[in-house]
Design a protein. Structure first.
Length: 281
C-alpha cells in the first residue's frame, strides 16, 4: 500500500453523506500502517473578534474564551484528513494514485446561520459549494458515530500522531462534533477532552515554524520551505491538511529534529496549540 513520497498524483476523496460509511471502513483499514494524521477544517470565520490590544497580550485563557464563543455559535463546513507513515508516504491501495480525504458537512446553512462575510466569500472563490453541502453533506452527528467506532479517536490502534497547523479552532470543532455539546467553559477541561479523544501526540507546527523564525500562514510557510501544493486549492480542508503534512516532512527531511530530547520538546511540544500554549506548558 505504500508509495514513494510525491511520486504519484494525489486524489482528494470527496466525502458526502452517502459515502460516509464506506470511507470510514477504508480509513479504518489504513490507520495502523499510516498513523500520522494531518487535519484541517474550514468554518465560517469568526464572528466574535478580539481587540488588537487583547491579541497582543496573547493571553491563552482569553483566546480560549473567544474561541469557545465562536465555535459554540458556528458550524463546521469541511474537515480534511491526510494519513501518512513516518516518511510521509500516503495510502495508494495499489493504484497509480495516492489518496487523502475531505468531508463535506451539511450543518452550516448559509441562509440561516451566522458567519463572517469575508470568510464565506473566500470559500466560495475556492470552490466550496454551500448548497450542495446543505443537500448532500454529512450530518456531524453521523460523523461522530462513525469516528467513535473507527479507531480515529481513543487511540484504539496504539495511538495516532496528529500533525496540524494553527489548529486550536480545528480541534475545537472536532471536539464539538464528537460531544455534540458546546465546548467546556474552562480551557483545562478542553485540553482534557483533547487528550481523552486524541491522546498526547498532538503537534501544532505553527509553533514549530515560529521557533525557526517562519512567520505567517500555511501558504507563506510552504513558499519559504519550497513545498508545492500538489492537490486541491488553498482554503480547502483536504488540500490544506496535505500541505501541512508536507511542510512538516520537509522540516523532518532537513534533520532539524536530529537533536536531543530537550531541544525536540522545545521545537515540537505536544498539546501546544498555537494561541493556547501558555496554559498548557
Amino acid at each position: 500500500m505504500m508509495t514513494a513520497v510525491d511520486k504519484k498524483p494525489v486524489i482528494v476523496r470527496q466525502v458526502f453523506a452517502e459515502d460516509l460509511e464506506r470511507e470510514f471502513v477504508i480509513i479504518q483499514s489504513v490507520i495502523v500502517q499510516y498513523p500520522f494524521v494531518s487535519m484541517d477544517t474550514e468554518f465560517p470565520g469568526t464572528i466574535f473578534k478580539q481587540d488588537k490590544r487583547i491579541i497582543q497580550e496573547n493571553n491563552p485563557i482569553i483566546n480560549y474564551q473567544y474561541m469557545k464563543a465562536n465555535i459554540d455559535a458556528l458550524n463546521i463546513i469541511q474537515l480534511g484528513l491526510t494519513f501518512a507513515d513516518s516518511e510521509g508516504n500516503l495510502p495508494d491501495f495499489g493504484t497509480p494514485y495516492c489518496y487523502i480525504w475531505e468531508f463535506n458537512f451539511k450543518d452550516f446553512d448559509i441562509n440561516k446561520d451566522r458567519y463572517a462575510k469575508e470568510s464565506i466569500e473566500l470559500l466560495k472563490q475556492q470552490g466550496i459549494d454551500f448548497m450542495k453541502n446543505r443537500i448532500k453533506g454529512i450530518d456531524s452527528r453521523n460523523f461522530a458515530l462513525m469516528a467513535w467506532s473507527s479507531g480515529l479517536v481513543f487511540n484504539c490502534f496504539g495511538g495516532l500522531t496528529w500533525i496540524t497547523f494553527h489548529s486550536a479552532y480545528d480541534f475545537g470543532f472536532l471536539v464539538k462534533i464528537l460531544t455534540q455539546k458546546p465546548l467546556p467553559y474552562y480551557i483545562e477541561s478542553f485540553m482534557g477532552q483533547l487528550v481523552y479523544f486524541f491522546g498526547y501526540r498532538i503537534f501544532d507546527i505553527k509553533h514549530t515554524f515560529r521557533f525557526f523564525g517562519l512567520q505567517g500562514g500555511l501558504e507563506k510557510v510552504a513558499r519559504i520551505l519550497k513545498v508545492d501544493r500538489v492537490a486541491g486549492l488553498s482554503h480547502q480542508a483536504g488540500s490544506d491538511s496535505l500541505l501541512a503534512l508536507h511542510c512538516f516532512m520537509q522540516l523532518k527531511k532537513s534533520k532539524v529534529f536530529d537533536c536531543n530530547q530537550i531541544q525536540i520538546s522545545l521545537m515540537l511540544p505536544p498539546l501546544a496549540l498555537y494561541g493556547l500554549i501558555s496554559a498548557v506548558g
